[in-house]
Design a protein around this ligand. Structure first.
Ligand code: NI
Length: 167
């Protein structure tokens, strides 16, 4: 396994629309393992392939307290959505920034698991929010893009300053 570098907003590669995974083979399983390791090390609760500059429709997440329940969604599709909720979100590609975003409260998602088997799941709460956030990444969208232009430029300035300090 290997830790993968995570792209940072406003890297334009974060705006790439990912392509469907054709076949769940050894290469995809290696990518899943590396992405999981990268997510746990960060630490984060979700990671989309887009964030590690791989433009295939694949995401990993683990919202469990003890980080023991890795979930893998390959070619995820939102079949239906219901309700509304707002909550504070963060992102490994936008370090140190937490902002309130409006999402659907419940989503039904279809995907392939890490063995390439199709499944469907009804997600609510944190899982629903996390899935919407990560699927947005696969569509080239970062959560701060739901905010006003002014807020986005303030965040970009703050991140640029952070990068200078840590460089
Ligand atoms: Ni994110």
């Amino acid at each position: 396994m290997a830790l993968l570098p995570i792209l940072r907003y406003p890297d334009p590669r974060l705006h790439t629309r990912a392509q469907p995974v054709g076949r769940v083979d050894a290469g995809i399983r290696k990518l899943v393992a590396d992405m999981a390791e990268t997510m746990y090390a960060a630490p984060g609760i979700g990671l989309a392939a887009t964030q590690v500059n791989v433009h295939q429709r694949l995401l990993v997440l683990d919202i469990s307290e003890d980080k023991s329940q890795l979930q893998v969604f390959i070619n995820p599709e939102i079949l239906s959505r219901d309700g509304e909720c707002t909550g504070e979100e963060g992102c490994l590609s936008v370090p140190g920034i937490y902002e309130t975003v409006q999402r659907s409260e419940r989503v039904r998602v279809r995907a392939l698991d890490r063995d390439g088997q199709p499944f469907e799941t009804d997600a609510t709460g944190l899982l629903a929010v996390c899935l919407q956030h990560e699927i947005d990444h696969l569509n080239g969208k970062v959560f701060v893009e739901y905010l006003s232009r002014l807020k986005q430029s303030r965040i970009q300035a703050k991140l640029a300053k952070q990068a200078r300090i840590t460089a």
